[in-house]
Every structure is written in structure tokens, then in C-alpha cells.
Design a protein around this ligand. Sequence first.
Ligand SMILES: Nc1ncnc2c1ncn2[C@@H]1O[C@H](COP(=O)(O)OP(=O)(O)OP(=O)(O)O)[C@@H](O)[C@H]1O
Length: 360
Amino acid sequence: MAAIELRRLTKVYPGGVKALDALDLVIPDGEFFALLGPSGCGKTTLLRTIAGLETATGGAVVIGDRDVTSVQPGGRDIAMVFQDYALFPHMDVTDNVAYPLRIKKVAKAERHRRAGEVAARLGLERLMDRRPGQLSGGQQQRVALARVMATQAQAFLFDEPLSNLDARLRLEARTFLKKLQRELGVTTVFVTHDQAEALAMADRMAVMEAGVIRQIGTPAEVFQRPANTFVAGFIGSTPMNLLDAVVRGDTLEVAGCAVPVPDAAAGLLADGEKVVYGVRPEYNAYAPKPADGSSEGALAGKVVIVENLGASHLVTLDVNDVTVQAVVPEGSEPAVGDEGFAAPRRDRALVYRDGELVTR
Ligand SMILES: Nc1ncnc2c1ncn2[C@@H]1O[C@H](COP(=O)(O)OP(=O)(O)OP(=O)(O)O)[C@@H](O)[C@H]1O
């Protein structure tokens, strides 16, 4: 088990694409770390550079106390699950899972026992005699996962390991993977497109954009206090409302309405300053327009769309030609055309100046 440290890690591909731009990152021993970001931001490149499958063009990769920047992949003592699994077509599931143990010269009975144990936890026990060609994509993916888990490497690297599983299996595999990682205590770096997966599984996560890390933090920090408007817009199953605002004393003028300055930005704004006001739809309380018509502290508008999210509804309001969204519990959703207002939670709303979070 070992920490992973990246120092000014840079990767420029032949042809000039800078996929990693002087990244600094420390992943402590035993941490479950997720890498998240839009397509092409450099997640896979980062993982492959840690594994040694890509050569860094600058900076260093340190695993434990060893600088492995110029060490071959086989000498780094890490195990990786690829998007394309890389299973041996001529071997059955048992031998595929046990393969790394064979390389380590573990006795046959012992490696079959360990392979059987891990495979059973991934629901593969009835498939042990099959070859990869006789398995579905999702089953192959589980075999690849089992193979990594059967090895006892210093670190695990997963590149979208659950992407081929159907929704239910994916949820089960997620819980299983997190539990197993915790039990084994192996430092794990996990690449995913799926932010719900990152938020659910990771101890900490990094959000990347174009070769740089835009925020590192726990899922709660990244969700509740995105450090910049890029992360704010990227994280969350419904995107954060990011609205142009002007500071007017202790209120903000937003879409022709006045809302209180959020707690996080209190005392940090200058009168007349132009900022961006951010509030997640989940922290934006919808209420019908009261009989007296007052809408103090809220964004008053007309309901234009109501979307069913299952146990709640996403309500889209038109507030003086600005789109504002709020999540309401099932049963209290308005109808399209209703007049209503959204009252952002002051303890949850945020302010961004030049794209960066205003905070103490
Ligand atoms: N072998 C390569 N040669 C040149 N450029 C590459 C190579 N591999 C990746 N790139 C470029 O490097 C950048 C980062 O790619 P990478 O695959 O790391 O992104 P990603 O975040 O993993 O994307 P995705 O989520 O789509 O898998 C992209 O602009 C990509 O086009």
C-alpha cells in the first residue's frame, strides 16, 4: 500500500496536445480518489501516466517513497482495469482472474481459491469455466475487476470500470467496490464520467478541465462549495443556477429581483460590483405566489417547465427572461403557467467573482 504523488506532471502528446499541464496532486495511502471531468480533459492520460503506459514529458510520479517516473509499468506494482478489459481470450474466468497470481508464482490451489473468492463477490461464480468470448460485456468487465482485486498491488487504477454495467448492477458493483476497497485499504484512483458515481464512492475527488485540476476536495466540499463556475456548472445532477447579479448593499439584484447576500460572501462584496450568483435547484425553495403578491428575498416568475425526477420535480421558472430552476418534493409541484417564486437558501447560495468562489 502506498501514497501516490504527482509533481508538476506534464504530458504533451506528439503533435502538441498538452493533455496534462504541470499537475500537482497527493493521494494519501489507502484513499479512494476519483478523477472527474468532461471528455478529453485528460483523465485517461493521467491514469495511464501513473501506470507508466504513457511517458511523462515533464514532472514526476512518486509511488510510496519511490520516484517511478522512468520505471516500466511492470515495475510499478500497480494494477489497472482498462475500459477494454484486456482479458486473455484463450483462458477461462478462473485463469484470467488468477493470472497475476501466477506471474507472482502463487501456488495453483491458492490462486484458484483467491480467484474464486473475489469472483464470487462480483457474482461470477457460475461463470468460472467460461472464456471471455462467452461472456457479456458487463460480465467481462467484472472479470477484469476481479483480476485486479485478486492481485495485491500497491495501488489500483480504474478507468471507467463500471461503464458497461446496467443501471442496477452498476449500483451494486459501486457499493461492492467501495466496501472491498475499504477492506483492502489499497490506494485507488478511479476515472469516471459519472459524477453521481464519483460523489458516492470517493473519499476525495479532483475535477479536471483541459489538462488542469480545477478543484480537489471531498464530494461534499465539491458539491456544496464549488471553487469556480466551471466546477459549479459541471457537478450536480441538475446544474447549479448561475445568474448575473449586481451587489446592492446587503442584497443582490438578480433578474430584476432582490435576494440577500449569501452567508459565505457576507462582508466580502463591494456595492455596485458585478458578480455571479449561484444556487443549486435543490437549495432553491419553490412556493406559489402569495395572495398579497409580495416576493421579498425571492426570485418571482412564471413556471415554464415541470420535469419529473421521481421523488421530486424540477421546476423551471422564467424570471424576467432569466431561467431559474428549483427542485420541489413530489406532491407539491406547480403547474406550467403558475406564478410562483424561488427562495434560495442563504446558507447554501454562493457568489462568484471573475469565475472564482468568493469566500473567507
Ligand atoms: N495518443 C494520443 N495522441 C495525441 N493526442 C492524444 C492521445 N491520446 C489522447 N490525446 C488527446 O489528449 C487529450 C486528453 O485525452 P484523454 O483521453 O486523456 O481524455 P479523457 O478525459 O480521458 O477523455 P474521455 O473521458 O473522453 O475518455 C485529448 O485532447 C485527446 O484528444
